[in-house]
Design a protein around this ligand. Structure first.
Ligand SMILES: [Zn+2]
Length: 285
């Protein structure tokens, strides 16, 4: 064992060296991102967004510019891989990125830091799943999926068909990209509990109280067969509840604000956005 008067300064030196490296790394990252954000946005990429992403033209000019800057960084930092014989093109990358980056507007962001790779299948894909159907019973079978992600996966899976379908109609309440990337936001505080990273204890308590009550209401409605605005897939657990709430927040904001005002308020505070102002749903108000 080293004498205390020798060990402590050495530990401190190592700690300071690591801290110094982390600060330099962070500054370099910020500098690289600033440069990427300012790069001219390729015309063909913009054409893909205009063709596929329904909400884009409804955003304000400053939000559109901010979104395109985020897309440049997102595409420089994330890797895409095709699955099931699918070929990744710029059309695929840009259409996914534009929707995912809607979740980042107006907020300080580290661009889904837990996520490295996005895997894309051409169509709905099949996976083996084991599901609990009773206290002591499990059922095994093949299920179809539109997308998925997990806290320790470092990847996110999407079906290109579902990505296009979700992007084309910005007010049907269904968007697989918003759903799966919301799970990534949930993971930012190192848990998959339906609560993203919130700055203060007060915000966490307010979020938890509203989500607990809204989640219980959705479960009760699902069990009794009452029609709901929120997708009852969200009744599975708090993480899925957060994901389906975000789909409704961006795609059915008027209905969500009217029927679940406290939930809408929590999401508006977190996302620093008011989708009522630009949603296609506002036409039918
Ligand atoms: Zn989910």
């Amino acid at each position: 064992m080293l004498p205390r008067n020798y060990a402590l300064p050495r530990v401190r030196r190592l700690y300071h060296r690591r801290l110094h490296c982390a600060v330099i790394f962070s500054l370099l990252k910020q500098h690289r991102r600033k440069r990427l954000r300012r790069r001219p946005f390729p015309k063909e990429w913009l054409a893909f967004i205009q063709r596929h992403v329904g909400f884009f033209r409804r955003l304000s000019a400053s939000d559109r510019a901010e979104l395109l800057g985020h897309v440049q960084i997102f595409l420089a930092e994330k890797r895409f891989e095709g699955c099931g014989g699918f070929t990744i093109t710029d059309e695929v990358r840009v259409t996914v990125a534009a929707q995912a980056c809607l979740l980042l507007l107006h907020r300080k962001t580290d661009y889904f830091p837990e996520l490295l790779t996005i895997l894309v299948y051409p169509l709905t894909y099949m996976v083996e799943e084991k599901r609990q159907v009773g206290e002591h019973f499990w059922e095994e079978g093949t299920v179809s999926r539109l997308g998925e992600t997990g806290r320790r996966m470092g990847s996110l899976v999407l079906s290109w068909d579902a990505v296009k379908y979700g992007a084309a109609d910005p007010s049907d309440g269904k968007n697989v990209v918003l759903h799966e990337f919301t799970h990534q936001l949930d993971f930012e505080n190192h848990a998959a509990d339906g609560m993203p990273s919130l700055a203060t204890r007060e915000q966490q308590l307010a979020w938890a109280a509203v989500m607990r009550s809204e989640f219980a209401s959705l479960r009760a409605a699902d069990e009794s067969g009452i029609p709901t605005l929120l997708d009852t897939y969200g009744a599975r657990n708090p993480a899925e509840f957060f994901a389906v709430s975000v789909e409704a927040f961006f795609e059915r904001p008027c209905a969500l604000r009217a029927r679940h005002p406290k939930l809408y308020e929590q999401l508006r505070n977190y996302f620093q956005q008011d989708p009522v102002e630009y949603s296609a749903e506002t036409i039918d108000r």
